[in-house]
Design a protein around this ligand. Structure first.
Ligand SMILES: [Fe+2]
Length: 388
């Protein structure tokens, strides 16, 4: 594995702790920003998650405007709209408050503030020329990991393709992880986002591009999620579980930023692009089927995952122990009321050729531990549809 350790880079400063968001103004002061564009959505405002943050910004004399039009699975149009607003009001930095959609939207706006054109022009790795405007992020869900990654995803509305953009310019300057902002998340969103984080951790752990550092982070994230997601789901106000989930989500983000993901994300992006299914739910339902496909290619790592998820593998063969990891994920889905097939999510097979084609276009297929061709993707989707 050591030969794959070519680089490890994480420039984002992390501030973690209960009540940390109330220090936002003070923390941002060191970047010398005068006027922020807050990028968020109506849900965050209605849940009063911004109250303490706004108070803190006012106390530090930091001016701000609010752009609250973030939508789930953000389209490229929203980045254009946001950057127009930002330029009109001459903001010199951004503050994203919300889930992955808010953070990803803010990343797109920050890029377009200093680079020409449409965000979709920058599909792929390393196309962004100029540094983006400084971005501070405060996640209000524990799942996306976007606070710790150099990537963002926008949907091309014309083709329904979820376009990934990767660049070191997309790393936020600062991420503030405050569990108090997540204690009122409904169980369904807690589960969807938590299972997204688990998918990041598992896919990056068995990725072909994994390195010792990303794997250390990935397996620890799996362990933290195994120990805490259920508590966060059933007892939302458990602050310790919420904090551990925020940490798990963040470190899983760092892991996949270095190791990439795999077939789950390659396929699930097509579901949310075409059927608008929440990203985490699509991942959770697909995960057992992709793990089953990958088991022969990564039995030892799958055994480690089973152990991290609390399974007893004493006396089992490596393959049988690896199967326990799949069993653990199936049990988690069941506990969180997530279907263990994709039919019940509203996926239909009439667009199967497009789903296969779009999945193969994802860079994540190349990271998947077991060599994957179009026919394999088709088979995985069919298995997941029929629940085989
Ligand atoms: Fe994800």
């Amino acid at each position: 594995m050591i030969s794959n350790l070519t680089e490890f880079y994480i420039p984002t400063k992390m501030k973690i702790g209960v009540g940390s968001s109330e220090q936002t103004g003070e923390l941002i002061k060191e970047y010398g920003l005068k006027k922020l564009l807050i990028v968020t959505d109506q849900g965050v405002i209605n849940a009063h998650l911004m109250d303490g943050i706004e108070k803190s910004l006012k106390e530090s004399n930091i001016d701000y405007l609010v752009f609250d039009e973030v939508e789930p699975n953000p389209s490229s149009e929203i980045a254009l709209k946001g950057v127009q607003f930002l330029k009109q009001h001459e903001c010199d930095g951004l503050l994203a408050i919300g889930g992955g959609s808010s953070i990803d939207t803010a990343k797109g706006i920050a890029v377009l503030a200093t680079n020409e054109g449409d965000i979709l022009d920058y599909e792929g790795f390393g196309k962004i020329k100029n540094p983006a405007l400084p971005l501070v992020v405060i996640p209000t869900t524990a799942g996306t990991g976007s606070e710790a990654t150099p990537s963002t995803v926008f949907t091309n509305k014309k083709t329904s393709f979820k376009t990934a953009i990767l660049s070191p310019h997309l790393y936020p300057k600062l991420a503030i992880l405050d569990p108090l902002l997540t204690i009122n998340l409904p169980p369904s969103i807690t589960a969807a986002t938590g299972m997204d984080a688990l998918t990041h951790a598992i896919e990056s752990y068995i990725s072909k591009f994994a390195n010792p550092v990303s794997q250390a982070l990935g397996i620890h994230a799996i362990k933290l999620i195994g120990e805490n997601l259920s508590n966060a789901y059933f007892v939302g106000t458990n602050v310790k579980a919420r904090e551990e989930m925020l940490v798990a989500s963040m470190i899983a983000g760092i892991a996949f930023a270095h190791a990439k993901l795999g077939n789950v994300h390659a396929i699930s992006h097509t579901f949310s692009g075409i059927f608008n299914i929440p990203h985490g739910i699509a991942n959770a339902a697909l995960l057992p089927f992709v793990m089953k496909y990958n088991l022969p290619a990564a039995p030892g790592q799958m055994k480690e995952i089973a152990v991290a998820l609390g399974k007893d593998v004493t006396g089992l063969t490596t393959i049988a122990a690896g199967e326990k990891a799949i069993e653990a994920v199936v049990e988690m889905n069941k506990a969180f009321d997530i279907p263990n097939n994709i039919k019940d999510l509203g996926v239909t097979l009439d667009l199967l050729p497009k789903m296969v084609e779009d999945s193969m276009r994802s860079g994540n297929v190349k990271a998947n531990p077991r060599l994957t061709k179009a026919a394999d993707i088709k088979q995985i989707i069919e298995n997941a549809y029929y629940g085989i």
